[in-house]
Design a protein around this ligand. Structure first.
Ligand code: SAM
Length: 245
C-alpha cells in the first residue's frame, strides 16, 4: 500500500489498485460491450463517434493512434479516412477488449496494427502521429496528467489530440440523468451483460471525471495549445480538442 489514493468510482482506493480494478471491469464486459453501448445510449454513442471522426482534419497517408481503442469504433473511422497508405494503431491496456476489437475489424476486412499499451507509458516514439484519439478511456486512467503528457509526446508538431468523454450534464437535466444512471443502468448491465457492478462503476466514474473546463485546463497543463471543447447531448459527453505546437 502506498500513501497515494485515487478514486475508483465513488470508492477511494490505493493508486496501485485502480488499474487492476478497471481491468476487471473491462475483462468482464468485453463480450457484451458493443451491444451494451447501443442499448445504454439508444445508439447515441454512434453519433458522438461519427461527429468525432468528422471533426478530425486527416488526409490520406496520415498516422493515427487510437488509445483505449477497445472494440475499435474510432479506429475503423480513422482507417477509412487515412486510406491504405496511412497507419492506424488500435491500442488498449486490456487484452479482452483488444481481442474483441481486432476480431471485429478483421471480420470487416480491416487489418490494423494492434498493440496492448498503457496510455501512461506509450510504446511509441516522439513526434510520430498526426492524430491521437481517446474515446471514453481517459476517465479510467489512474494518472490522467501522465497519460495526457504521453499523448502530447507522441504527436507531431501540428498534430491534434481528440478526447471524447462523458462530461458534466446541463444542470436542469441532472435529476433525470442521475435516475437513469444509478437506477436503470445497473439493471440493464445485470440483464444484458450479467454484470450490474461494472455499470454501477460506469455511472460513478462519470460523476468523478473532471468537468469540461477542468479537462480543458488539464490539457493545457500537459502542453496542448488551442484547447477547446464541444458539448454533445446537453453535456452528457464533450469532445475536447488540443493541438501540439
Ligand atoms: C469504455 S471503453 C472505450 C472503448 C472505445 N474507445 C469506445 O469508445 O468504444 C474504455 C477503455 O479504456 C481502456 N483503458 C483503461 N485504462 C487504460 C490505460 N491506462 N491505457 C489504455 N487503455 C486503458 C479499457 O481497457 C477500455 O477498453
Amino acid at each position: 500500500m502506498s500513501d497515494h489514493k485515487t478514486h475508483f468510482g465513488f470508492s477511494t482506493v490505493d493508486e496501485s489498485e485502480k488499474a487492476g480494478k478497471v481491468a476487471e471491469v473491462f475483462h468482464s464486459v468485453a463480450k457484451n460491450y458493443d451491444i451494451m453501448n447501443d442499448v445504454m445510449s439508444g445508439g447515441l454513442h454512434r453519433v458522438w463517434k461519427h461527429f468525432t471522426i468528422n471533426t478530425a482534419r486527416l488526409k490520406k497517408g496520415d498516422k493515427v493512434l487510437d488509445i483505449a481503442g477497445g472494440t475499435g469504433d474510432l479506429s475503423r473511422g480513422w482507417a477509412k479516412r487515412v486510406g491504405k497508405e496511412g497507419e492506424v494503431w488500435l491500442t488498449d491496456i486490456n487484452s479482452s477488449m483488444l481481442t474483441v476489437g481486432r476480431d471485429r475489424l478483421m471480420n470487416e476486412g480491416l487489418i490494423l496494427p494492434v498493440s496492448l499499451a498503457d496510455a501512461e507509458k506509450l510504446p511509441f516514439p516522439d513526434n510520430y502521429f498526426n492524430l491521437v484519439s481517446v474515446a471514453f478511456g481517459l476517465r479510467n486512467m489512474t494518472h490522467k496528467d501522465a497519460a495526457l503528457k504521453e499523448m502530447h509526446r507522441v504527436l507531431k508538431p501540428g498534430g491534434t489530440l481528440l478526447v471524447l468523454e462523458f462530461s458534466k450534464v446541463y444542470k436542469p437535466l441532472e435529476g433525470v440523468y442521475d435516475l437513469y444512471s444509478f437506477k436503470l443502468l445497473p439493471v440493464m448491465g445485470k440483464l444484458i451483460a450479467k454484470d450490474a457492478d461494472s455499470y454501477q462503476y460506469l455511472a460513478e466514474s462519470i460523476r468523478m471525471h473532471p468537468d469540461q473546463e477542468t479537462l480543458k485546463q488539464m490539457m493545457l497543463d500537459a502542453g496542448f495549445d488551442s484547447v477547446d471543447y464541444h458539448n454533445m447531448s446537453a453535456g452528457i459527453v464533450a469532445l475536447h480538442k488540443g493541438v501540439k505546437f
